[in-house]
Design a protein around this ligand. Sequence first.
Ligand code: BMA
Length: 372
Amino acid sequence: MYWIALSLVYIMTCCASSPGEAAPELPSDKNATPETVALYNHLKQLMNKGIMFGHQDDLLYGIGWKYDEGRSDVHTVTGDYAAVHGYEIGHIELGHDVSLDSIYFDVIRARIIESYKRNGINTISWHGDNPLTGGTSWDPSDNQTLKSVLPGGEKHALYITWLDRLADFLLSLKDENGTFVPVIFRPYHEHMGSWFWWGKDICTVDEYKAIWKMMVEYLRDTRNIHHLLYAYSNSSVATETEYMERYPGDDYIDLIGFDTYQNEGPNGKEDFIRTVKTNLDIITKVGKERNKIPVLTECGLEKVTDPQWFTGTLYEAIQSYPISYVLVWRNAYEKPDHYYAPYPGHTSSEDFLRFKQLPGILFEKDLPDMYK
Ligand code: BMA
């Protein structure tokens, strides 16, 4: 009933961008391109219709394959693509040809453009290296790291060269008419944990807010990039105060989300559902108050060891919440036990097909024209 009622609301209110209707709402970037504004408005309106399904690195590789054009484990299992496609661009900052997951940036670019042309939604995460120690994203060993990239810091100039390489990549995301492909950009994520160099114990509240502002202002105002929506994507927390502790401000953020995974173990399912609900309560409340789009930016159960996980756990956790999308993590081609979506023959495939048919779950074919 919940989703049927919401679908009626959607039919009655969509689409604000049609001629003769109220002007569309603008995201945090008041100079966002028309396609980005359209995406932003559709994301908001679609929350009345359902929750989009997303998958990380879906079009790049899967179980037993890499780079095959048009291929996707989600598509092979269901006959439709995920609505949301996540991409990871760690090492773009180093000027490398391949990402930290050994994927050519040229292929990442091509797939982002391809899914845009097919009406899919793209989101990019960035596990950039540690600029002070030279270690990876996962090197939280030096609590001066974040401070060192801020203006006046010893790595500030270096970090600007990193932001320039990031900007160059983002500016290369355009179709054959030169139209920029809108992207939901999700850097500095899971920051209330302390496993990344931008994590809670490695920097102060003000430093974390400052890197966000510096990054947004550099991309938007200095590099003139206007095809991004920005996602604040926390780790899971217990309270709204914790969730908002490091929020950089409404002028820098369009989507608010969190990442959480189900652990193995006897209470894994119950703990996951409880954590998801606690954090969805927080982000749907904050989203409403601040006019931001709530999303479950990363989640999953590694190897999908529960054959009913999609209908029995994920749907159970999210179905009563008005959120834009839920994204499960990648089906690694190079780590046999590291996958979060089914592939043909996997024990969760049938359940995943049932999940796709559930009321309020949206895949790519369910979407309106997202960029108009
Ligand atoms: C992590 C794992 C890593 C990967 C990283 C960035 O959660 O999947 O293997 O390198 O994401 O994609």
